[in-house]
Design a protein around this ligand. Structure first.
Ligand SMILES: Nc1nc2c(c(=O)[nH]1)N[C@H]1C(S)=C(S)[C@@H](COP(=O)(O)O)O[C@H]1N2
Ligand SMILES: [Mo]
Length: 389
């Protein structure tokens, strides 16, 4: 028996070079075909995100012009925001796989222009990954970071949008050359790649389809049977409706409610007991709760119109905004302001019942706000004070 000790390979600089990636589908045509879908998903996500942001945090000049209709508007746009964001995760993975060999180009920096281009791609990849990841963790309400989600997610959205625009501008010649199935002037793309590319795109479509089908039922109730992966199910919760923040989490206890009064502050302030509220002209609204985290459910609410309460305090519905305060001791959603369009809308209620039953403690007993076309975070529960502004 003879042993031969293998000699260590001689390391010369040229052997430090990364592999040449002869693997298929790392070409510009595939990157373009995948990138189009990813771009579309990010565009929908960005626009619906802006809508959500400005409905939730309107600048002063906008607050009294936000439209209360269509009543289902926020339900649709936020459902799309979360669905397109989830789809973008699958699309982004495929896109990164398609282009990753470029991470190893040699020499790594050829010129100032090349360095800038690589830097812009680094910003794009980092911000896009950050954005879909923080969004995903937000819908499961897990915040393993020291910053507050909303302002950071909003700011990074602009970074993603800007770097996509820059990327598309830099790559415009390549994108246009590879836009159609028959890439212009690139005889180099092997014919056998066509069917592989089709398979890759079909696989990508299937992945997006599965992700969407197993989550979209959280907001699109006809598909709720397939809602297996979304954090919330539209039917699971007291009174057939999910609860985001429970009374216990908000520190609302039965003793505090025993002395409950609704204070309405305005030119002619007054206070009402729950019996007084039940004695007022009742109104009913069929409206969804549409959470920023993507789930939404339609329900039947009954109570007193906010505009009637405001008018009785000497406020002018259609002219005056309202500040709503919850019994909750602390918490980001304890105080909410409502622009004139919402105050004036006949669908906007101080709700006392949900689907025909008195509100449960977790849904905001004794009284909560329900208004059309507004994020769930502004549908304040355990209301004890309305202030005409
Ligand atoms: N006072 C108060 N109201 C609140 C909240 C809160 O944390 N505090 N959470 C809001 C959020 S994020 C949503 S989505 C809705 C959910 O209402 P539900 O629990 O009745 O479904 O309540 C809103 N009202
Ligand atoms: Mo929410």
């Amino acid at each position: 028996m003879s042993f031969r000790i293998p000699r260590p390979p001689r390391i010369v600089p040229s052997e430090l070079r990364p592999p040449a990636f002869t693997g298929r589908l790392h070409d510009a045509r595939t990157a373009t075909a995948v990138g189009r879908w990813l771009g579309a998903a990010f565009a929908v996500c960005f626009l619906t995100g802006l809508i959500s942001h400005y409905l939730q945090h309107p600048p002063d000049w906008l607050a009294n012009h936000l439209p209360a209709r269509p009543a289902w508007g926020y339900r649709l746009t936020q459902g799309l925001h979360v669905a397109s964001g989830l789809a973008a995760i699958a699309l982004l993975l495929v896109k990164l796989w398609t282009v990753y060999p470029r991470l190893f180009v040699w020499p790594p920096l050829r010129s100032v222009r090349h360095a800038l281009e690589r830097l812009s791609v680094a910003v794009l990849v980092a911000s896009a990954v950050f954005q879909v990841l923080t969004g995903l963790l937000n819908i499961v309400q897990w915040y393993p970071w020291p910053f507050s989600f909303v302002p950071v997610h909003f700011a990074v959205a602009w970074v993603v949008a800007g770097s996509i625009l820059l990327h598309v501008a830099v790559k415009a010649p390549e994108i246009s050359a590879h836009w159609s199935r028959r890439s212009k002037g690139t005889l180099a793309l092997p014919a056998e790649d066509v069917s592989d590319r089709r398979s890759l795109l079909l696989g990508m479509g299937a992945a997006v389809g599965v992700v969407t089908l197993t989550t979209v039922g959280q907001s699109f109730t006809p598909l709720k049977t397939f809602d297996l992966l979304a954090p919330r199910h539209p039917d699971h919760g007291p009174q057939g409706l999910p609860v985001n923040r429970t009374a216990a989490a908000a520190g609302i206890s039965a003793p505090a409610l025993r002395t409950w009064r609704l204070d309405v502050v305005g030119p002619r302030p007054y206070a009402l007991t729950l019996d007084d509220l039940y004695a007022m002209p009742p109104a009913t609204s069929d409206l969804p709760i549409a959470c920023v985290e993507g789930w939404s459910v339609q329900a039947r609410w009954a109570g007193v119109r906010v505009r009637d309460l405001v008018a009785r305090a000497g406020g002018r519905p259609g002219r005056d905004a309202v500040r709503v305060t919850s019994l909750e001791a602390s918490g980001a959603y304890r105080v909410m302001e409502m622009g004139t369009e919402y105050v004036d809308d006949p669908l906007t209620l101080l709700a006392l019942t949900l689907n025909g039953q008195q509100l449960s403690l977790d849904h905001g007993f004794p009284a909560r706000i329900i208004a059309p076309n507004r994020p769930g975070v502004l549908q304040t529960k355990w209301v004890h004070r309305l202030e005409v502004l």
